[in-house]
Ligand binder design. Structure first.
Ligand SMILES: [Zn+2]
Length: 296
């Protein structure tokens, strides 16, 4: 389990799966990230690509402990969900046990943050109790940005099956808290949600600031570390590709200028590191934090 300390805040990565997020998937997601181009980035090897230029990603959540509150950022794909892609269909992972081991028992989580409403960020919002989808985190406030929610509701069920099984059941349970993001939204005096639109209209990232130390959880503002060197590499999965690239550039600039720790939502382990610049080029330098428990 990967764990980082940012001032008085503790962040832990909780792994769900890497199935379906291998080289073919990365090439579809970021078409410019060809084998040839990735082989030019030796720093990607071995953590985020192999020497042949085959890249990989993971699906994971970040647990944040701040000011006595347990905050969970993005809830992965989830178990028992009916999905078209066989790699994501009817998963049966021990994610909740891992979450518990990481110090985030579902019944104690205070806040669930969804950076956006794609299926791989909202799945564990709910779990199947044998009859229906119920909230996995029974006392949590589920924070979902209002524009993001309205966008997906206007798209219809076929565009985003996760809406019906992973978001709408929270309304019935009165746990869904749609909020206006504006320029930002503070959860504690150390953890703030900031707008990073482009991948989706209401996409947000999480900024942690404590005792002079800073960290960002990206959500899908970045998908893979190769985009640190090439923020212009967009994705067909980005709703507004030019805007996504602008957002990526702005975020990376701020991360570099403030020497913040960057925690990549889909970055394979080590998922944290620093953005480095030299001679007009940029790269990512892993910062593993402390590790404990079984292999991820
Ligand atoms: Zn994603």
């Amino acid at each position: 389990m990967q764990r980082w300390t940012i001032g008085e805040v503790e962040v832990v990565a909780v792994f769900e799966t890497s199935d379906g997020f291998g080289p073919e998937f990365v090439r579809r997601l970021i078409p410019e990230a060809t084998r040839e181009r990735l082989r030019e980035m030796a720093w990607l090897v071995p953590h985020w690509a192999d020497a042949a230029g085959d890249a990989h990603m993971v699906v994971q959540a970040f647990g944040i402990r701040s000011a006595g509150r347990l905050i969970l950022v993005d809830t992965c794909i989830g178990n028992d969900k009916v999905r078209r892609n066989p790699a994501f269909h009817m998963l049966a992972t021990p994610f909740l046990e891992r979450l518990r081991e990481a110090g985030f028992p579902p019944e104690e989580v205070d806040e669930v943050v969804c950076t956006h409403l794609h299926f791989d960020h909202v799945g564990w919002n709910t779990r199947w109790d044998g009859e229906r989808w119920i909230p996995t985190f029974p006392k949590a406030r589920y924070l979902i940005e209002r524009r993001e929610l309205e966008h997906w509701r206007s798209q219809g069920a076929a565009k985003n099956p996760a809406l019906a099984d992973s978001v709408e059941p929270l309304v019935e349970a009165r746990l869904l808290t749609p909020f206006e993001l504006g320029a930002g939204f503070a959860i504690t005096n150390e953890v703030e949600l900031v707008p990073t639109p482009g991948h989706t209209p209401g996409h947000l990232s999480v900024r942690v600031s404590s005792k002079g130390a800073l960290a960002w959880v990206t959500g899908d503002a970045l998908h893979h570390p190769c985009q640190i060197a090439h923020p212009e590499w967009t994705s067909p999965a980005d709703d507004d590709q030019p805007r996504a690239a602008d957002t990526r550039r702005a975020m990376l600039r701020e991360v570099a200028e403030t020497r913040a720790l960057l925690l990549g939502t889909h970055f394979a382990s080590p998922s944290g590191g620093r953005v480095r610049h030299r001679d007009g080029g940029a790269w990512f330098e892993a910062e593993t934090g402390s590790k404990s428990g079984e292999a991820e």
